[in-house]
Ligand binder design. Structure first.
Ligand SMILES: [Ca+2]
Ligand SMILES: [Ca+2]
Ligand SMILES: [Ca+2]
Ligand SMILES: [Ca+2]
Length: 273
């Protein structure tokens, strides 16, 4: 490669990285017409953080297999979003915790690919069902109609605590801790201290009744907007929540209102591309 060409590519790469640091990072959505493979690769490593917690989910043409492996084409084509705002605990080192995610959809599911670096994986239910928050978990907040409002013991919105064991945990209308495993399908894979969680989530509206077996999930359509946030509870074996790291800068009082009040959620807009 000639020196001029190298210099040009270097400049282009610097430009891309600089643009990506600005607020409207979403505009750097990866396109395949970038000139060089390495530039594309660099651009794909960029993680977009959004203080306001407003994200886009991109439609997949291919069926996504929930197997903890992100090899479907859509996962390669869309940007990473960051989930590194500190909701609780002290700042962490990059080996203690780092998290990012991607969002895709089809008519039936919101798909989430989460990549978390965690130095010590603490099984969610090691201390029993009611102490799920003392283990590690991914929390997915969903308010299907973006109504906002209290959802602690009702189902106008959900806070799924997705467990390392593959359960989706939230509170029932009778204030018990129950599994919503029919709502969330999840598979996890591991490479060293890096964990990939692949999820398919059905959306239910406020008519969902936990006592019924025949609740019908909603069909997702282009341009739909829902309330949404995602976070990771990192607990490295000290029997408490050491860190809670989220996708939006602020999440209510002490950044801990999400499990009660869906006003604090960010959002997801479903787009075709
Ligand atoms: Ca997969
Ligand atoms: Ca950790
Ligand atoms: Ca709602
Ligand atoms: Ca941990």
């Amino acid at each position: 490669m000639g020196d001029k060409r190298k210099a040009f590519l270097k400049l282009l790469l610097m430009f891309l990285l600089m643009t990506s640091c600005k607020k409207s990072k979403e505009e750097v959505k990866i396109t395949n017409d970038l000139p060089k493979k390495e530039v594309v690769k660099k651009a794909k490593e960029i993680v977009i953080s959004k203080e306001n917690g407003d994200f886009k989910a991109y439609k997949t043409q291919e069926k996504i297999i929930v197997d903890g492996i992100g090899e479907e084409r859509i996962w390669n084509d869309i940007p990473w979003y960051g989930m590194n705002y500190i909701w609780m605990g002290d700042p962490v080192s990059s080996s203690d915790y780092q998290g990012k995610f991607k969002l895709a959809w089809d008519e039936e599911y919101l798909y989430i690919l989460v990549e978390v670096v965690d130095d010590y994986l603490n099984e969610t239910l090691a201390n029993g069902k009611d102490n799920y928050w003392k283990g590690d978990y991914v929390e997915v907040f969903i308010d299907e109609d973006k109504s906002g409002g209290n959802h602690k013991f009702n189902h106008q919105a959900f806070a799924y605590h997705v467990s390392t064991e593959g359960h989706a945990i939230d509170k029932s209308t009778t204030e018990e801790t129950i599994f919503f495993d029919d709502h969330v399908e999840v598979k996890k894979s591991q490479e060293g201290n890096k964990y990939l969680w692949e999820m398919a989530i059905k959306l239910y509206d406020n008519t969902f009744d936990e006592k019924l077996k025949n609740n019908i999930p909603l069909k997702i359509t282009d341009n739909k907007l829902i309330g949404f946030s995602i976070a990771y509870g990192d607990n490295d074996g000290n029997n408490r929540r050491e860190n809670f790291m989220g996708s939006k800068k602020y999440h209510g009082n002490n950044n801990d209102d999400g499990y009660i009040n869906s006003d604090v959620f960010g959002s997801v807009l479903f787009v075709e591309k």
